[in-house]
Design a protein around this ligand. Structure first.
Ligand code: SAM
Ligand code: SF4
Length: 528
């Protein structure tokens, strides 16, 4: 499906990563790049963004924080010291929504102490279909913004005034053309970003596709984030180039289903070799349009003067198995910057459950994909998502999931008990696995996976591995007074590695010799 692209290539300003949080009532200064534009601190609210949920939310929050900073607002270290609280919510499970609902009393207290306080709720809890109930569920919220309305944040708050540098420099990011969603015009197809306040100076998120066209029956995301809108190819590549120029070592391409990137972009002669139209299940004409494989190859092709990839590590998340093409697998194998790791959510190891979930693949098809991935990228690390206790899941069907875990031996499994999401197709099915049974299944799965993860991690002991150092760890309290390894980072397989070293190493790639393995992380020493 094609659509006209309306894209203006204007710069995206990257602000310095936010300084570490300070004590309550401490106000963080606006980014130095924007100092000349800073307006009176007293007149503008100090903001705090509270982010829940997935990487896409974290990326969106960086954009909202950037827009607020570009409008001249200072960042407050916590909710208590803010005049403007932006809550970027997650609705994937009821428990995530309850976290925010449970804070309403605290927000009411903060408002009593500071009558000027304003609270904005955005993220997946804000949808068109639940608009009527929002004020009742979130009584302390002043402004509700759907995820596609987030670019309007400063304007809706009256902060995008004439002195706001974001507007003055006109830096914008527009994605896709405006598309009709039902009878309503969807603003989200057009995203305007003044600035991005990135949390890390080492690793950057790079959104490439918004929304989701899948119809997984349990999932709220297609309702909250709307249909898929791919960002124009050249715009993504330009942003990757600019991240490389600013020293980012790692870039993660983001989307709910990055593997379907490009299907909604216009066909172009330069993508003539893309012949991956899908005629099985959902009909998709992808021929001649950019795809993930072309995007990976082009970003990998950005090189330094020495001919090495300008971005050392390229990752992408999340991948729906149905859209994982052989072209993409080949690109992963060929591109030196693409990390040897893939997060490939399977959700269940039983065909009947997968069908009921609307996942569009069978266990056999998934296993065949795993085989092809492992053949193309030897040693690739695979991680996955699983839902236990989905409607109608029998003990035998759950056992099939355990069997799949034993067979594939994922490095990490993100598992959760099924949580009914009102408005999704699964809400019409009977949620017949009792809560206690869901809990038991979840624990059984986690116990099994802990053993598998530990065994996989033990395979690293005695080997040296390249780690991108990205954090200084808080000291732990060992009986002997040793605070534990000071630094941590991830290797190309996405394994967390702890080791000792000077903090100046943060942001660099180092070689670490692994000495100990736990189920969730490795511990080692700097090589040499
Ligand atoms: N787009 C990704 C994919 O293809 O699966 C996942 C996105 S979703 C934000 C992350 C995970 O949340 C899913 O993989 C699924 O395991 C879990 N999830 C989604 N809806 C859920 C629900 N109603 N109950 C429990 N877990 C859920
Ligand atoms: Fe939800 Fe499925 Fe889309 Fe993932 S692919 S966001 S699980 S609907």
């Amino acid at each position: 499906m094609g659509c006209t692209q309306v894209s203006r290539m204007l710069p995206v300003i990257d602000l310095a990563p936010a300084p570490p949080a300070r004590a309550a009532y401490d106000v963080l200064a606006p980014a130095p790049e924007l100092a000349e534009f800073a307006t009176d601190d007293i007149a503008l609210p100090r903001f705090h963004v509270w982010t829940l949920g997935c990487q896409m939310n974290h990326s969106d929050s960086e954009e909202m924080a950037g827009a607020l900073a570009a409008a001249g607002c200072a960042e407050a270290a916590d909710l208590e010291s803010a005049d403007l609280i932006v809550i970027n919510s997650c609705a994937i499970r009821e428990a995530a929504e309850q976290k925010v609902i449970g804070r309403m009393g605290h927000l009411a207290n903060l408002r009593r102490a500071n009558p000027a306080l304003r609270v904005v709720l955005t993220g997946c809890s804000v949808r068109t279909d639940n608009a009527a109930t929002l004020k009742r569920r979130y009584p302390e919220v002043d402004l509700f913004l759907r995820p596609d309305e987030e670019p309007e944040l400063t304007a809706r708050l009256g902060l995008a005034g004439a002195t706001a540098p974001g507007l003055m420099v006109g830096a914008q990011r527009e994605v896709g053309a405006q598309r009709e969603v039902g009878a309503q015009r969807e603003v989200g197809a057009q995203r305007e970003v003044c600035a991005i306040r990135r949390q890390s100076a080492t690793s950057a998120w790079l959104p490439i596709i918004y929304g989701c066209d899948k119809t997984c029956t349990y999932c709220i995301v297609p309702f909250s984030r709307g249909p898929e809108r791919s960002r124009p190819f050249d715009e993504v590549v330009d942003e990757a180039r600019s991240l490389a120029a600013r020293g980012y070592r790692e870039v993660t391409l983001l989307g709910q289903n990055v593997n379907s990137y490009g299907h909604d972009l216009p066909a172009e002669a330069r993508f003539g070799e893309v012949q991956t139209g899908r005629h099985l299940g959902r009909q998709l004409d992808l021929d001649g349009r950019p795809d993930m494989a072309a995007l990976l190859r082009t970003i990998d092709g950005l090189r330094t003067d020495d001919g090495v990839p300008a971005i050392s590590r390229l990752r992408f998340v999340t991948s729906h198995p149905w859209d994982l093409s052989q072209r993409l697998i080949a690109a992963m194998a060929d591109c030196p910057s693409v990390c040897e790791h893939l997060h490939l959510p399977v959700q269940s190891g039983d065909d009947t459950v997968l069908r009921r979930m609307g996942r569009q693949y069978s266990v056999a098809a998934y296993l065949e994909l795993v085989e092809r991935l492992r053949a193309a990228v030897p040693g690739i690390s695979l991680t996955t998502d699983v839902i236990v206790g989905f409607c109608g899941e029998t003990e035998a069907q759950f056992e099939q999931t355990l069997e799949l875990l034993r067979q594939v031996r994922f490095e990490t499994v993100f598992a959760a008990a099924f949580s009914v999401r009102p408005g999704t197709p699964a809400a019409k099915l009977e949620d017949d696995v009792p809560k206690a049974e869901k809990k038991r299944r979840l624990q059984a799965l986690l116990d099994l996976q802990e053993g598998i993860g530990l065994e996989a991690n033990r395979g690293w002991v005695g080997r040296s591995t390249e780690v991108l150092v990205d954090q200084e760890r808080p000291p732990s309290t060992h009986a002997d007074g040793y605070g534990g390894p000071r630094l941590a980072g991830r290797n190309r397989s996405n394994k967390l590695v702890h080791f000792d070293g000077p903090v100046e190493l943060i942001g660099s790639l180092v070689s670490v010799r692994v000495e100990h393995a736990g189920p969730y992380a490795l511990v080692g020493s700097l090589d040499g």
